[in-house]
Design a protein around this ligand. Structure first.
Ligand SMILES: Nc1ncnc2c1ncn2[C@@H]1O[C@H](COP(=O)(O)OP(=O)(O)OP(=O)(O)O)[C@@H](O)[C@H]1O
Length: 254
């Protein structure tokens, strides 16, 4: 992104964003409610165009490329997508249909390769036992994992995760963080951007951080350099204490 701004009416959602994500990088985007994190992810996911500046995604410039060709190369999970999945769709169909860029069951028969891949991904996310359940009967945490499996179904070059751990209980969060960490450390995994409000949700293996506040970047770069008490306090506009324990981060108010 180069000089990117997003405006809606009088509101400035993002301003002067300059940001590069390389294919071997895993980025965390951290910021308070309303900071512009989802807007940033929508630009990266080709779901929105900038008002100012330029956005290049996987070598293609938004506004000069057919986004429908680009989207299968991007895996995206968000609450908005999850809400669009029909409740009566079977979990395995929710995942396998990603290969056909549709939500839910589309064809009576899918290729064996696709169904095998979907089963493998459900297993990777620890939800293989839910394959035959209607999506609408799953808990919040189970839905998150299924949609991440779907996002990986097309072997995307870019994985965008909007608050994957939101709404999960402690065990669910820890399990998901561990799975996302394994994925982050896999050299064949796609470039990833994970949006969160909480430093506790940063999976080990994530390499870079971007801190956002009121539509502007507070800091960006290598996670270890960027995640400081000073930067975190500026981002959340209060004095925060940051602790690091092993490869995890924890924060609280002083
Ligand atoms: N169409 C719009 N018109 C005006 N303001 C908007 C519009 N869409 C989003 N906003 C505002 O832009 C700001 C950034 O929204 P965004 O969803 O990107 O934030 P966020 O950092 O993802 O927030 P959260 O953590 O609460 O999900 C918010 O204040 C939101 O109210």
């Amino acid at each position: 992104m180069d000089g990117v701004g997003v405006r809606r009416g009088d509101a400035t959602l993002l301003s002067d964003v300059n940001w590069d994500v390389e294919l071997d990088e895993r980025w965390v985007v951290l910021g308070p409610n309303g900071a512009g994190k989802t807007t940033l992810l929508k630009l990266a996911g080709t779901e929105m165009y900038p008002s100012d500046g330029t956005v290049d995604v996987l070598g293609e410039r938004l506004g000069k490329t057919n986004v429908f060709d680009l989207r299968p190369r991007i895996g995206l999970t968000s609450a908005a997508f999850t809400a669009r999945v029909p409740g009566d769709e079977l979990v395995r169909d929710v995942v396998v249909s990603a290969g056909y860029s549709v939500v839910g069951r589309w064809r009576e028969e899918y290729d064996d390769l696709d169904t095998d891949r979907a089963a493998e991904l459900l297993d990777l996310l620890g939800v293989a036992h839910l394959a035959d359940r209607p999506f609408g009967t799953l808990s919040e945490g189970e839905r998150k994992r299924v949609t991440i499996a779907r996002a990986l179904m097309t072997d995307p070059e870019l994985l965008l995760l909007d608050e994957p751990a939101a709404g999960l209980d402690l065990g669910g969060r820890e399990d998901l963080v561990a799975r996302l960490s394994s994925l982050a450390m896999d050299p064949d995994a796609p470039a990833s951007v994970l949006v969160t409000h909480h430093v506790e949700e940063i999976p080990p293996g994530y390499t870079h951080g971007l801190l956002l506040r009121e539509g502007s970047i507070v800091a960006q770069g290598l996670l270890d350099d960027v995640l400081t008490e000073d930067n975190l306090s500026k981002t959340f506009d209060q004095d925060l204490e940051l602790q690091r324990s092993g490869d995890r981060y924890f924060a609280r108010r002083w």
